[in-house]
Design a protein around this ligand. Sequence first.
Ligand code: PHE
Length: 430
Amino acid sequence: MRAGSFLTSFALANAHVGQLPSRLHASSQLRMAPGVVRSASKRARMVAPVDSRFVTGDVGNNVTPYIANLVGRNLHRIDSHPLGIIKDKIENYFNSLEGQSFEIVDDLDPLVRAQECFDDLLIPLDHPGRKMGDTYYVSRAGGREQSSPDDMLMRTHTSAHQSTLMREGKTAFLCTGDVYRRDEIDASHFPVFHQMEGVKLFDPELVGGAMSKEEWLASPGCELIAADLKKTLEGLVDELFGPVEKQWRDDYFPFTEPSFELDIYYNGDWMEVLGCGVVHSNVLSNVGLEDRHGWAFGLGLERLAMVLFKIPDIRLFWSDDKRFTSQFKAGDITEFKPYSKFPPCLKDIAFWIPDNFEPNDFFEAGREVCGELVEKMELIDEFTNPKLGKTSHCYRITYRSMERTVTNEEINAMQEKLRVRASDLGVELR
Ligand code: PHE
């Protein structure tokens, strides 16, 4: 339900993992928003303190306590967690290659300026990825609806650190972190996921130095970098998946030119693995490196881990349940063994929507009220009544716990709270 594609592959890391079943088999910790009482939650987490850096009440602040509570878990830095295991494998691969070694950066603050996340990357002010509906803002300098380089936000991709790290003089690095996007809710979408960014700059002696953009794009140096990028990433997927069939497609990102996407044929299906390209000349000249050239790529760790470990639901990565965590060992990719499966509880909710209705606001309300008990929120019916001039949406909500059977009573209470929250969004319940 993204309003527009940020970059053509903005949702790449979070995109559907085609052949995975959407059923759940596992347990998770529950987190509570203020005022939400969940008696059955065995592992309720603390709510974000009132003085959270992320929940400020500043203009444009749309980070919820639920999201703020996920900051700092650093799943990618746990070496026996599937995300950490994949991260280590990728880092080891890159540092086994001949040539410069890649600096490892994995502890940067996810709270960044729009300057870093968007402007440094040539993403224009009116780009859909900068909208409040798609991105978590801590504050908006120019008002709720106005993008500005001074906006403070939760990074939406690890590319947010490219320019800063290059300014610091790094020429080859792998930067991993949690990224945040307001999005739909299902087995492969969670508002927080993890990405790894890779950047490598080349010796100007080898690829050429400062030149006009046109000259650069037509030069053998640019070709050399694109070829090195492709070879390196093909080696990476072979390392992770074994020798697989691959396909390169042209793509578009504002900060790379040319840009590519890599697909692999795995388990009987084509799957998008990553986005990449030759770093745009203007990105480099903006950081004072007009004489340098290089490549960059970005990949989603959950997406790879769900396929490689056969993890059927993205919420599982956040689970503290021993039955999940104890299955994995540093350095090993092993198949996840489902340990239980509890029945879902389905509830529908229908309302007339106001003109400016943002489905992501409703999905957010779902996370806020129901935490990880909500497995899916799906638009199942939409119609416009021409006489009333009004449009109705009906959503089916799948509730399911990964650790127990939910009761109809508790879900009814939750659904009621969600109805109240929905009416706060200006919808008219039916
Ligand atoms: N940041 C892009 C995304 O989130 C991926 C990317 C990284 C593309 C680096 C090109 C270069 O989809």
